[in-house]
Ligand binder design. Structure first.
Ligand SMILES: *Cc1c(COP(=O)(O)O)cnc(C)c1O
Length: 411
């Protein structure tokens, strides 16, 4: 029997349309991307295969807070590529101590558990909270509960999607891990009622990004802090999307001067270059994990630590937080001017907005496609809501360009 003949790989450069078509049979269909094939990028601008330029108003869901290929981050990565890229945690590496010190200093917390993706940071936070509940709070074995909020997005692992209320994310992937209770977001009375002697932690996003940039009422985060303290359970803040400058502060919890027990970071921590995430916590909490109880082959690798350290240095200047605040005011003014002219409402903090479009004008997807034709890349969330989250390096003129395009598309 002869081996099946296979067509030789196509070596000639392929057009955007050819590349999109080629993906169909070979790439899992777990995304429905806009029909743009990006080949190069710098700062806030990306360029497709044919050389068309687009303003990136999504910034990799905030993984690109510093823009594409920020010079300081690229330089740190290049330097590290020439020295050492991976050791595993079987050995120490010379970049990890500085990364952990920098992250502790930046967040005001004590200890760091380095991981790679956001979902891994969430999973790790759940493990740490359960271990803490058994070792410190004295919850009977296997009885620990974690309280989460409706409308949450914490990632895609089987444990995490099990406590999602988004049917697309959850249905068909059970059975799910027990031990989670869901309460409505932004509802302190419901949260209080859900806390008991089995509660290990409350896990929430200080602002719900995927849900459409839902900002809780002033006082909600303070209330979560007070209720968790009174109950004797942990407050875990998932700042994977809201953190690292996006809202005008290093952390979104700073808007209420709240310090959680456990902080989950990811996305922008990798500078848009490598996946880097972390659980950052008080020493009494993260200290419960001992050798062999948790790990990751790639977590804390020297390349990730070098890029993460360079990200921390950028944030330590305060420049990006300041830009997010100042340009965020411009974004809100622009969106307010469009309200009633195709925009039915919006929620914004810093350089981050969920914009509800009049459904009569099209779905969020259709609006995104029309904006793409104007040279602006955005992503819809649910229904007729689009999310704006440009790199924090965007200029006032570029932001105006995006707002003017939105106005044109809505006419
Ligand atoms: C993106 C995101 C995650 C998951 O991060 P991945 O790197 O995609 O696994 C978790 N929580 C929040 C709030 C996020 O925005």
């Amino acid at each position: 029997m002869t081996a099946p003949t296979r067509t030789a790989p196509v070596l000639a450069p392929r057009s955007s349309a050819e590349l999109i078509q080629a993906e169909g049979p070979v790439l899992a269909h777990n995304y429905h991307p806009l029909p743009v094939v990006v080949a190069r990028a710098e700062g806030v601008w990306v360029e497709d295969v044919e050389g068309h330029r687009y303003l990136d108003m999504l910034a990799g869901y905030s993984a690109l807070n510093f823009g594409h290929r920020h010079p300081a981050l690229i330089e740190a990565a290049h330097r590290q590529l020439d020295q050492l890229t991976l050791t595993s945690r079987a050995f120490h590496n010379d970049r990890l101590a500085g990364f952990a010190e920098g992250l502790a200093e930046l967040t005001g917390l004590d200890m760091v558990l380095p991981m790679n993706t956001g979902a891994e940071a969430v999973e790790s936070g759940i493990k740490v909270a359960r271990k803490w509940a058994y070792d410190v709070k004295g919850v009977p074995a296997d009885r620990a509960t974690i309280v989460v909020a409706g409308g949450n997005f914490h990632g895609r692992t089987t444990t995490i999607v099990g406590f999602s209320d988004d049917d697309d994310a959850r249905v068909g992937f059970g059975p799910f891990a027990p031990g989670f209770r869901t309460v409505p977001y932004n509802d302190l009375a419901a949260l209080e009622a859900a806390l008991d002697e089995t509660t290990a932690a409350v896990l929430i996003e200080p602002i719900q990004g995927e849900a459409g940039v839902l900002i809780p009422d002033d006082g909600y985060l303070t209330g979560v802090r007070e209720l968790t303290r009174r109950n004797g359970c942990l407050f875990i803040a998932d700042e994977i999307q809201s953190g690292l400058g996006r809202t005008g502060k290093t952390l979104a919890v700073e808007h209420e001067s709240v310090v959680p027990d456990v902080l989950l970071l990811g996305k922008a921590l990798g500078g848009g270059i490598v996946p880097v995430s972390a659980v950052v916590a008080r020493r009494e909490v993260l200290g419960v994990i001992g050798p062999g109880q948790h790990g990751s082959t790639f977590g804390g690798n020297p390349l990730a630590a070098a890029v993460g350290s360079a990200v921390i240095e950028l944030l330590a200047t305060g420049e990006f937080q300041r830009r997010a605040t100042e340009l965020g005011a411009q974004l809100r003014t622009g969106l307010a001017a469009l309200t009633g002219k195709g925009v039915t409402g919006f929620r914004a903090r810093g350089l981050w907005a969920g914009v509800d479009i009049d459904p009569a004008l099209g779905t969020g997807r259709e609006i995104s496609e029309r904006l793409m034709k104007e040279g602006i890349l955005v992503k819809d969330t649910h229904g007729s809501t689009i999310r704006l989250a440009p790199p924090l390096t965007i200029t006032a003129e570029e932001l105006d360009t995006a707002l003017n395009s939105l106005a044109r598309v809505l006419i």
